[in-house]
Design a protein around this ligand. Structure first.
Ligand SMILES: C[S@@+](CC[C@H](N)C(=O)[O-])C[C@H]1O[C@@H](n2cnc3c(N)ncnc32)[C@H](O)[C@@H]1O
Length: 487
């Protein structure tokens, strides 16, 4: 039996250190109770720092040789959330582990598939589309759910630093009479517009000091896939409306709408968006490469509760959830009056479903990395150097972030840069020691971004890619990625 205990720093140094034996002992007992072949078991222990997440304290991930056959799994991975197991008594933990080994009582909402295609991303999109309804029901804004209670993108010193760098580049171009008349800045994933507001206010102040009238030539393009969010952001930057336009677009393919700006953009500004884009996971275990497949599901008890609340039968609940994702709360309230008294009831149904939502996972061998594209035009082969860099590892593919990043680079002016504040894993080894998602922030999904992969993709395309801890707030996990054309 292999034991991969990732949060090893939790074993000492804390006020209440984790007891390794107390976490693993009951789980091993449960495995022997259930007559598992211990030679074919891997126990993986993570510290899942997100209070809201998609996991049970103990879950089982089968390793299936052929997903098409209904055969017994080859091997078994038993996954522990040490944070939650830590608070349980030995018998309770043993009981949970036995139940998980026998097969959890979950109701699937979809078939097995790549996680980037799971319906959790439809929930994520619904959250941003219907943010007003969600926030009304919870009484708090999405920013309050972020670590630190607000986005680092609001940081004035950070914005000022970016603006000074822009001005320096523009001054150099102006000296050579090579500065274009129109100065484009693009922001992807604008949220409530606070980031844009801080940037534009600081821009005006810096421009007044600098004296070159760059603000007059500035075009700030706010881009998001949520019409509601864009409307919110437009109101926030109303004072700058002569210099701002907004675009509904998918951040994973910005060129679709912004192709006319190829090589023209001086700054693409992205904050807390890459960690919100769809991602798969892959793993290298015992010399073999696996794709992690998942399926969203609900505990049976929650399904019964949801059925009772919506005057339907448990077997119809998955269809009702699918309808919610297709129509959204307002239309569903109109389309299903027999199940919901109004929009508030639908929102309550949505929030209860989301809170209980779990992801079951399994490992499926990959016939070849080239058959598992990271994103359109980016072969899975780009993952090989990361997967084969050492011991066993499981990592995010960050498909959405990789697609967005590579597509965005094509928009940059030769003096332009992409600046992105986000949660990045910048060293593959970190995947062996920390949990990198998925977690839930209110109604949205969060996964740390595979920064090593992005850097590799950028460098192959002729860009310098750097990571630095976010410089303007202590104790934050936010890292700033900067990419610009290699000199
Ligand atoms: C966590 S908020 C970040 C907002 C802001 N940048 C900040 O730092 O506060 C994520 C934003 O990304 C947007 N978003 C998420 N996925 C997107 C996608 N695929 N295409 C475009 N926008 C997306 C959401 O609508 C939301 O506005």
């Amino acid at each position: 039996m292999l034991v991969d205990f990732r949060p090893h720093t939790r074993l000492r140094g804390l006020r209440e250190p984790v007891d390794f034996g107390a976490t693993l002992g009951p789980v091993v007992s449960a495995l022997t109770d259930e007559c598992a072949d211990l030679a074919r078991v891997r126990v993986v222990a993570d510290w899942v720092q997100y209070r809201a997440n998609f996991r049970d304290p103990v879950s089982v991930r089968p390793v299936v040789a052929d997903p098409g056959l209904d055969a017994d799994p080859e091997d078994l991975e038993l996954a522990l959330d040490v944070r939650r197991c830590h608070g349980l008594g030995a018998e309770e933990l043993r009981g949970l582990a036995r139940t998980a080994i026998r097969g959890s009582d979950h109701v699937p909402l979809e078939g097995w598939g790549r996680t980037a295609r799971s319906c959790i991303w439809d929930f994520n999109a619904l959250y941003w589309q219907a943010l007003d309804l969600w926030e009304q029901a919870t009484g708090r804004t999405y920013e309050q759910a972020l670590p630190g209670g607000e986005s680092d993108a609001r940081n004035r010193a950070g914005a000022r630093e970016l603006i000074n760098e822009l001005f320096a580049a523009w001054d150099r171009l102006a000296e050579r009479n090579a500065l274009p008349t129109e100065l484009y800045v693009v922001e992807l994933g604008v949220g409530n517009g606070s980031q844009a507001r801080v940037f534009l206010d600081e821009f005006v102040a810096a421009d007044a000091e600098h004296g070159r009238e760059y603000y007059r030539r500035l075009h700030y393009l706010m881009c998001d896939y949520s019409g509601y969010v864009l409307e919110l952001a437009r109101k926030t930057v109303a004072e700058h409306d002569q210099h701002v336009s907004s675009f509904v677009l998918d951040a994973t393919s910005p060129r679709t709408a912004l192709g006319f700006l190829k090589y023209k953009v001086f700054l693409v500004y992205v904050s807390n968006v890459y960690d919100n884009l769809p991602t798969d996971e892959v793993a290298q275990l015992g010399g073999r490469t696996y794709g992690v497949q998942s399926r969203a599901c609900l505990p049976r008890a929650t399904v019964d509760e949801l059925a009772a609340a919506t005057a339907t039968t448990p077997d119809r609940v998955p269809a009702l959830v699918a309808k919610l994702l297709r129509l959204g709360p307002a239309l569903l309230a109109e389309a299903a009056p027999d199940h919901f008294g109004g929009v508030d009831d639908v929102v309550a149904f949505w929030q209860r479903t989301w809170a209980a939502l779990r992801l079951e996972e399994r490992y499926v061998p990959l016939a070849g990395l080239d058959l598992h594209p990271v994103a359109p035009g980016i072969s899975g082969e780009s993952l090989r150097p990361l997967l084969e860099a050492g011991a066993d590892v499981r990592m995010h593919v960050s498909n959405g972030a990789a697609a967005s990043f590579v597509d965005t680079l094509t928009l940059l002016h030769p003096f332009g840069s992409l600046v992105c504040h986000d949660l990045f894993v910048t060293d593959v080894a970190a995947y062996r020691t920390r949990f990198a998602g998925p977690g839930k922030y209110d109604g949205s999904v969060v996964n740390w971004v595979n920064g090593t992969l992005l850097a590799h993709l950028g460098r192959r395309r002729g860009f310098d890619v750097h990571f630095a801890p976010f410089a303007h707030r202590d104790g934050t996990n936010i890292v700033t990625l900067t990419a610009h054309v290699r000199d």
